[in-house]
Design a protein around this ligand. Sequence first.
Ligand SMILES: Cc1ncc(C[n+]2csc(CCOP(=O)(O)OP(=O)(O)O)c2C)c(N)n1
Length: 373
Amino acid sequence: MALNAAARKEKLKRPAKAAPAAEPKKPRARKAATPNLFAKALDIAHAEAVELLRKMLLIRHFEEKVFELVTDNVVSGASHVYSGQEAVAVGACAALQKDDYITSTHRGHGHCIARGGDVRLMLAELAGKAAGYCRGKGGSMHIADVQAGNLGATGIVGGNIPVAVGAGLACKFNKQRQVVVCFFGDGAANNGTFHESLNLAAIWDLPVIFVCENNQYGMSFPARVGFRAGNIYSRAQSYGIEGAACDGMQVLEVRESVGKACVRARAGKGPTLIEATTYRYRGHSRSDAQNYRSKEEVEAWKAKDPLVQFRQRLIEAEALTLEQAGQMELAAAQEIEAAVKFALEECPYPDVSEVLRDVYKGWIEGPYGLMRC
Ligand SMILES: Cc1ncc(C[n+]2csc(CCOP(=O)(O)OP(=O)(O)O)c2C)c(N)n1
């Protein structure tokens, strides 16, 4: 009912009725982590997100153990540790299908684990044991796992880039819509193989995704003085292919960037050059005084740790509790401890009869008959 002006004035003068006492707020029940809620928050299925974290944890624990074993001279030879760069390998491999390929580098343990490699066989290889991926003869820089789609690591910087192009050509002939992800460092991007490979991949529209891990250094040489152009990914333009940059400390960002490149490659639209900005925490290899960088710089990058960042995102999205995250960490540590026990205590060294196996001399059966080698 409408009030006239006087009545309205009167009503305003009256003290307002006390509002009914508000019901004490019940504490909001914390929602259980559900796959749907999580998918909405981060645009990824719950199980897949947890798997990304599991793999990054496994790589970190593997690499820190390798660093310890190398320092203690339990493992001999060179091992280039991947700690700090986990989000690149895991994010990129998460965009791949089962029958796709990767080619790896001298810093290849992370790529191998991300592609589904067996940490027991990897550690056996590093320890020179018969159960290793190369029957103990190759060591860290020669691990390949072709069944899992890993065409192998290499000690030759930039050596895997043409291999990826060859594999890409095979994929194109096979017409199975497979792709190849080629990992390499900022240092390798200045090798001649980089230019030749990208040019060939471009003119043949090959399904290769070139993932440059700019970890800021090639041995002790800072990437910032290694090229004038300011970045590496913009070189794509000169080959007439797609180029993209992504934050290599953010696993979902890498996955998205490589995922887009895979869609293009599978559609016959050719290669992409992606530069993932990242950082290696440890020295280049076994002995490295690291005089080329400051402790403050290392700490500043560690503050952006890819595992810590992603774990935090999962917890905030209520996909994981702190306790579950702790259990995952423990599980990764235990898996690596079991692998160490297997490699160091349970595996024999190769039999002496192995010495001449795989050493080619004379005639061998090749794809077109007998070949001299
Ligand atoms: C063709 C070749 N040149 C030089 C070396 C010596 N070397 C080994 S690792 C390395 C640095 C490579 O830097 P980058 O490609 O950025 O990879 P990162 O070590 O940073 O992962 C060099 C120069 C080599 N193994 N092969």
